[in-house]
Design a protein around this ligand. Structure first.
Ligand SMILES: Cc1cc2nc3c(=O)[nH]c(=O)nc-3n(C[C@H](O)[C@H](O)[C@H](O)COP(=O)(O)OP(=O)(O)OC[C@H]3O[C@@H](n4cnc5c(N)ncnc54)[C@H](O)[C@@H]3O)c2cc1C
Length: 438
């Protein structure tokens, strides 16, 4: 254990907005005698993208504000001030650097375009003699623990899953350190978390039918985990209910917290193990881990293929004749297609920022395979609206459904049959299409 005192470190929070199981934070605490934290609502994340959508819509903006509020409170308990800004990240870090003369910078390692570009800008302003520690902490299976080289990464999900399950172990979670940092640091921090209005949105209340009525932040994430696993034991039925469409409990709903890192995949894994020891182990308890392996898989896909995941041909570099008819796109967005099941899902997304996995597969298949619209437009719309937008899972799943990703079967969903099977009585469609005939 190193104890390098007289060292002031900066922890730059990105998509790792939590205290527990946070490698950058715990390493900084261990190696420093003063730790300052920063989170920046980067202005570029609130601009309009090339398809005309706001990169971040109001649902995720509100969730992020709640998340950062909770993070600030949790950090204060460790006497670590969280400086929060609404500006370009590199400018904020430059501003803080002038006040504190940091000796080291700690952050979660990311590899996608926008994150890399921002880090490059930060590196340009960061004084050169001091180290920058970039640490992976978003995986279930850490990249150092897998037994393949990235260029030999198994292309098919099942191969990947079998490989990691056989050869790799999931790391345990280290406890949080007690700190005896100077309390004055908290008092001196005068920065404020931006309001929804300051981020450019009007206040709103959560839709009464939302399947995701939860708040952002690590505290809420752990509360949800405790409720889904231990209070209601819904985990034990997950495999049977996971294709549901209505309500809070058909699936775990962990994704928005996982996406911004207020909950870690490893935390979920070790809680599943605890549940299995305390109660029972069945296909459902395993299946939640199975789904988390999908999450890892798309991270490895994007790591291997880098910016190809944003290109029209995807990682397969396939050439299709994609359309861009804006009238068709708008009908899809506003729930005005000739498929009521697609419409219900799109309206749910528009009104809540949430859509089930079953819904996502159907609306994306309809967009790409039936309407043959450029899949990147659909993906960009999801990026804007989704509470749980995650670059790897979103672009990975969209490529997969569009037939430019990893699906060896290149399927097309029969939306009508899917609706009959998963919404047999039409309750879900009625919920979102109350005033529309279907
Ligand atoms: C077109 C499309 C776009 C998607 N975009 C996103 C996105 O931006 N962010 C996102 O987190 N998920 C995305 N998904 C995956 C999936 O729909 C959501 O993770 C899931 O619906 C979240 O609900 P849950 O947390 O209740 O999931 P559960 O069923 O409870 O699963 C537990 C966790 O496993 C992971 N998981 C489950 N299914 C998948 C999957 N297919 N791919 C990757 N991880 C998965 C998620 O982290 C999820 O929270 C997308 C799927 C499709 C088809």
């Amino acid at each position: 254990m190193s104890s390098n005192k007289n060292k002031t470190s900066l922890v730059w929070f990105r998509n790792d907005l939590r205290i527990q199981d946070n490698t950058s934070l715990s390493k900084a605490i261990l190696e420093s005698n003063t730790v300052i934290a920063i989170y920046c609502f980067d202005k570029r994340q609130f601009k309009t993208d090339k398809f005309g959508f706001k990169k971040t819509e109001r649902y995720r903006a509100k969730f992020l504000i709640e998340t950062v509020q909770d993070l600030k409170t949790q950090l204060q308990k460790l006497n670590i001030p969280l400086y929060v800004y609404f500006d370009n990240t590199e400018l904020c870090i430059a501003k803080l650097e002038k006040c504190f003369n940091f000796d080291a910078l700690y952050l979660q390692k990311e590899w996608t375009n926008e994150e890399n570009n921002i880090l490059d800008k930060v590196k340009n302003i960061w004084h050169k003699n001091f180290p920058i520690y970039e640490l992976y902490n978003q995986f279930l299976y850490h990249p150092e623990d897998v037994n393949f080289e990235l260029d030999k990464f198994p292309k098919i999900f099942t191969e990947f899953r079998k490989n990691v399950e056989k050869h790799s172990k999931i790391r345990t979670i280290k406890s949080i350190y007690n700190t005896n940092f100077n309390k004055d640091l908290i008092e001196n921090n005068k920065t404020k978390i931006p309001t929804l209005k300051e981020l450019g949105f009007a206040n709103f209340t959560t839709h009464p039918n939302s399947a995701f009525p939860f708040k952002g932040g690590e505290t809420e994430a752990l509360k949800r985990l405790n409720n889904y696993f231990f209070e209601t034991k819904k985990l034990g039925f997950y495999k049977k209910t996971r294709n549901g469409l209505i309500g809070t409990n058909f699936s775990s709903k962990f994704s928005p917290w996982l996406a911004n890192g207020s909950l870690s995949a490893k935390t979920i894994y070790w809680k599943v193990k605890e549940f299995e020891t305390l109660y029972f182990k069945n296909q459902s308890t395993y299946w939640l881990i199975f789904e988390l392996i999908w999450r890892d898989y798309f991270k490895y896909v994007s790591m291997q293929h880098q910016s190809k995941i944003f290109k029209i041909g995807g990682i397969l570099e396939k050439k299709y004749n994609w359309h861009t008819n804006s009238e068709e796109v708008n009908k899809w967005i506003n729930g005005k297609t000739n498929q009521p099941f697609v419409n219900a899902n799109m309206i749910e997304l528009q009104k809540t920022g949430w859509m089930s996995n079953r819904g996502r597969q159907n609306v994306a298949s309809y967009f790409t395979k039936t309407l043959q619209l450029d899949w990147r437009i659909g993906a960009a719309y999801f990026e804007s609206l989704l509470l749980d937008y995650d670059v790897h899972s979103n672009y990975g799943n969209w490529m997969y459904v569009a037939g430019v990703g990893n699906d060896p079967r290149d399927r097309k969903f029969n939306v009508k049959l899917q609706a009959d099977r998963y919404d047999t009585n039409g309750n879900y469609q009625r919920l979102w299409l109350q005033n529309t005939l279907f």
